[in-house]
Design a protein around this ligand. Structure first.
Ligand SMILES: NC(=O)c1ccc[n+]([C@@H]2O[C@H](COP(=O)([O-])OP(=O)(O)OC[C@H]3O[C@@H](n4cnc5c(N)ncnc54)[C@H](O)[C@@H]3O)[C@@H](O)[C@H]2O)c1
Length: 355
């Protein structure tokens, strides 16, 4: 797509220059071909992000995924700043700062001073209330949840979250933007963890509780293998980052204390500052073994049945609450946002897949 195809988008802002923001800045520049400005708390963080994005473009050019001239053209669209007033003139600004409500609220308050009253304010939050972020702003009607999945270039899902304040115009504009970015937007309610993180966290909780109770960690981790998921639960927690997942577990526990826990093994791995549970070959890190109870054998079929029942319960509650519009939407989210096999969760929950 060229700038001429998207005349109404003048410039895009990205607040935060971390893992997600860097990927988002690149996606916006690549797909929209408009100037993208990215900010963070320090010039060094902004510089590092821009260096990383340019290196990524060079790699893509070297691999033939992009013409070198195109890579250069995209790189030139990206600019960094630490001054919020530089967001003036943006058509949309997305925040991807720390997952803390007060930080995000303050980012939006500051942005409102710089941007027009109609500039879309998007949040990439994974688990916080989008309405709470919009509340108190002069123009809360333009705040929309715009939740991407990591890796952004690979996973096509965008969870689109409407708050009670949102205008139809803002929602329509956000949908159009998602389409231009080549993403499939699925409307989800402004509820904790939205769809994908809620279900993944429930799954992690069940698996980690088995491990907390002394279930042999690798047998528990491999119990879902017959489902053909893209990664084992522990490998996925390691990919997400144990500290990030612990943060999500805490948020989910605060919202639904009867079903979501803060698993002891995950807390122990985070407190020990370990990078994850597993080594690259899929075996347990020896340091993790020291943190866990003496292991006993488990029946993988029992673990699978436990997870299946928990996910079925969570899906039922989500549909009752209206967290998702339909079971089909939930399946779509799991396929496009978590790389689940064709059909998503429904086939796994309705058929008893045996080892
Ligand atoms: N990591 C993931 O896989 C993932 C996936 C989807 C959504 N998210 C969400 O995206 C957001 C960012 O996550 P991340 O993993 O990229 O985090 P990160 O820690 O890599 O990056 C956050 C960045 O925000 C910056 N920051 C903090 N306060 C700021 C402020 N006031 N102004 C400007 N910059 C500020 C930090 O310096 C840091 O560089 C979170 O809301 C997270 O829940 C993360």
């Amino acid at each position: 797509m060229t700038g001429a195809d998207s005349p109404q988008i003048a410039k895009i802002g990205v607040v935060g220059a971390g893992l997600m923001a860097s990927q988002l800045a690149l996606l916006f520049a690549r797909k929209l071909r408009v100037p993208v400005i990215i900010s963070d708390l320090s010039e060094e963080r902004v510089r590092n992000a821009l260096t990383g994005i340019r290196a990524r473009l060079e790699r893509d050019a070297a691999k033939g995924r992009l013409e070198p001239a195109e890579a250069q053209q995209i790189a030139e669209l990206l600019r960094g700043t630490t001054d919020p007033s530089d967001f003036a003139g943006c058509t949309a600004v997305i925040e991807a700062v720390f997952e803390e409500l007060e930080v995000k609220r303050s980012v939006f308050r500051t942005l409102e001073e710089a941007v027009d009253s109609e500039t879309l304010l998007l949040t990439n939050t994974s688990s916080l209330s989008v309405a709470a972020m919009a509340e108190g702003l002069r123009h809360p009607e333009r705040v929309v949840g715009f939740h991407f999945f990591n890796p952004v270039a690979v996973l096509p899902l965008l969870e689109l979250v409407r708050t009670p304040f949102a205008s139809d115009a803002a929602m329509a504009e956000a949908s159009r933007l998602a389409e231009r970015l080549g993403k499939t937007a699925v409307h989800v309610a402004d509820s904790p963890g939205f769809v994908v993180n809620r279900l993944l966290t429930r799954l992690f909780d069940e698996v980690l509780e088995e491990i907390d109770d002394g279930g042999d960690p690798l047998s528990v981790d491999r119990a879902l293998d017959p489902w053909g998921l893209p990664m084992t639960p522990l490998a996925l927690i390691d990919y997400i980052g144990p500290a990030v997942q612990a943060h999500i577990c805490a948020a989910m526990h605060a919202s639904f204390p009867d079903r979501f826990r803060e698993p002891a093994s995950l807390t122990a791995v985070v407190e020990a500052r370990l990078p994850g549970f597993l080594l690259a070959d899929g075996t347990l890190r020896p340091e993790v073994r020291q943190l866990l109870p003496q292991p006993h054998d488990v029946d993988p079929g029992d673990v699978r049945e436990r997870v299946r029942a928990a996910l079925a319960e969570e899906v039922r509650l989500m549909l009752e609450e209206g967290a998702a519009r339909s079971a089909e939407d939930i399946d779509l989210c799991m396929v496009l946002g978590a790389n689940y096999p064709q059909g998503g969760l429904t086939p796994l929950l309705t058929e008893r897949v045996s080892a």
